[in-house]
Design a protein around this ligand. Sequence first.
Ligand SMILES: Cc1cc2nc3c(=O)[nH]c(=O)nc-3n(C[C@H](O)[C@H](O)[C@H](O)COP(=O)(O)OP(=O)(O)OC[C@H]3O[C@@H](n4cnc5c(N)ncnc54)[C@H](O)[C@@H]3O)c2cc1C
Length: 474
Amino acid sequence: MKRIAIIGGGISGLTAAFTLEQRRRAGASLDYVVYESSPRLGGVLVTDHIDGCVVEAGPDSFLTEKPWAADLCRQVGQGDQLIGSNDADRKTYILVKGKLVVIPDGLMFMVPTKILPTVLSPLFSLGTKLRMAREWFHPPRKGEADETVASMVERHYGSEMVDRLADPLLSGVYGGEASQLSVRAVLPRFADMEARHGSLGRAMLSARRKMPAPASPRPLFTSLRDGMQRLVDAVVAQLSAAALRTGTPVSSVRPESGGWLVSAGYQSDHFDAAIVATPAPAAATVLQTASPGLASELGAIPYTSSVTVNLAYNDNVRSSLPPGFGFLVPRSEGKQMLAATFVHNKFPHRAPENRALVRCFMGGARNEQILQAPDEQIVLRVREELRQIIGLTAEPQFTRVYKWRGAMAQYGVGHLERLERIERLCRQLPGLALAGNGYRGIGVPDCVRSGADAAAQVLTALGVAPSESRAASS
Ligand SMILES: Cc1cc2nc3c(=O)[nH]c(=O)nc-3n(C[C@H](O)[C@H](O)[C@H](O)COP(=O)(O)OP(=O)(O)OC[C@H]3O[C@@H](n4cnc5c(N)ncnc54)[C@H](O)[C@@H]3O)c2cc1C
């Protein structure tokens, strides 16, 4: 019987456990234990149901084009829970000099693919529009050197594009800054397009021409009707209850007698393999004794914190809010809020017809101190900024603040080289695998894939052949 420890019970660790459970049910002689420091499983996937509203504390959905999370939902019997975003109403605004300006049609991240809407949009100055035209003749970039997203975008479209689009979009996804994040790690497709075509606009159009038109267009985002927590609950229901050790923080994971010794409090347990599925800084701490070199690389992956604030309003507010999914706030606007989602518009079933649900984001690299502020003060700040931005003065029916300390990995310049070093160091520690959002993707689907891959990796190391039916195909 092979014994495998999983450290971290977020969606990465739970997917690893589910993959092992599938192998166990298929006849493999193995056993696993999930160690989770907090009293509940699921990590940042938390849904509260309040007065008929589905209130997401962490992620509210995932990108449809990355299939691994939806595949996992189907495998745990939640296929009928999958819902798509209301893309017919998709419209996102950017706050520009205190006013909301809609992102023009045809803009793919920051690459314009439709001329007329871009030319007519007040989002960009004439100077930036001229840069967009000149970008068409941008030469291919020679060399492999990594750079920040800001530096790449600025080379193509100028600094206004960084401030008004690239930076707010990245702070929405990563809680990070375009001036810090690695283009090769965060936007590998763009780095590749630039190397081959030069102009991102030309590359995007040529890629679109080659792509067959889908029979029915897929929604941009997918979620679960009852909220993301439903996925966690369904995965946990598949696992052996005896294998789940919540409220059990692991202090060290180190090689011993050809296997791995996992220490949690006064207890130590011996395993044949270990999957560390925590955020990278926590992985660094538990692996310090096993490999100081690996720990130092893991500890060097920065994380930022995030705060989500949910506010529910009555139907008067619902009918007075701008149509669309919400807005992004560039740093140059001097607000604490990074973005707001009009949840009742983005997905069906999120709020009763007579309610509006608004979800605001704060935190990020430049605002770690927000974590110290009391919830009431955060709500007051958010309400004041909503007043300034959309004139919303109504009293909310309820509010909920969720603080996520060090939850968002930041892939800085050189991240991919760091991953190569990490993978090299891991190869010297047979039976150890890493999973989580610190490595090859921060989104829920990437984390699901990382958990399934880590499980497959330890099974191979232990000589248990990978299953035909992996939890998520890579
Ligand atoms: C506010 C917010 C909004 C987001 N929105 C989206 C979105 O809309 N779409 C999307 O795709 N992604 C989104 N993300 C990103 C995505 O949700 C996360 O990257 C992903 O869920 C991380 O999963 P994980 O299992 O790797 O880590 P986590 O969820 O952080 O889980 C790690 C677990 O390890 C445990 N742990 C840590 N140290 C130890 C230890 N020593 N011993 C035992 N246990 C330990 C922790 O308690 C935690 O439960 C969002 C993230 C946040 C914070």
